[in-house]
Design a protein around this ligand. Sequence first.
Ligand SMILES: [Zn+2]
Ligand SMILES: [Zn+2]
Length: 246
Amino acid sequence: MSFRNIRPLHILWQDGIADEVINHVNSGIVGILSWAEVLGEILPMHFVQRRQKNWLENGLLAPYQSLDWHIELARSNSKLAGHLNSTSLLNSLRENPTCTTDPRYELVVVNEPLHWHDTSLRKVGGIGRQEQGAVITAHRDLSADRWSEKTQRKKELEFPLSIQMFVMHELGHVFGLFTKGTAKENPSDDELRQSHCLNECVMYWRDDHELNKKIERQPFCPSCLKQLRNYFLEPETIIIDVDDTL
Ligand SMILES: [Zn+2]
Ligand SMILES: [Zn+2]
């Protein structure tokens, strides 16, 4: 088997994220890499906040020297109070000069809510950009005044699977699935649905617990699975048909 698009996957997370959350993130990573059959090829590397020696200069965050700096920039570029601008975050990560000297995929986990981009206030659980990386949020609004205790408990139980599926979905975009999105700046829910997989699949357009439970053991539909595997295979070895029993 000869592979292409092989690079390490750098995993970074905002200060204060619990180890337990990172365990769920890791489950999602192992999940997608296993389904893509590149678990032994793509090396996941944990960088925490990637703070370099000079990350603080006179008490200020130095450009590109830590994840903290990228997050602060995404916060100052936010168009929605209390949210980070997720596209700004992906942009500044891409502009990091070390992306050229040290090519990698990146997955960033934050614990603040995200909105989409400069001209969209849509709240998102994550975003992914082909060949570059993804950002997901572990933030869930579980405040008791908003949800009943029962709903709160239910949401807590759904959280681990939801995080795993978010990781697989956004990395799915990074690894070539449904990368075109819509041509619109602010697509409707229906347009977003149309630019995703319509099957029972982790590439469905939104997080849905019933669906997640149903596809837990087999997250990718046959069509997405074939595309996902082909992203990593040299053209002469691409799969024409994926076994239907998968
Ligand atoms: Zn998506
Ligand atoms: Zn699919």
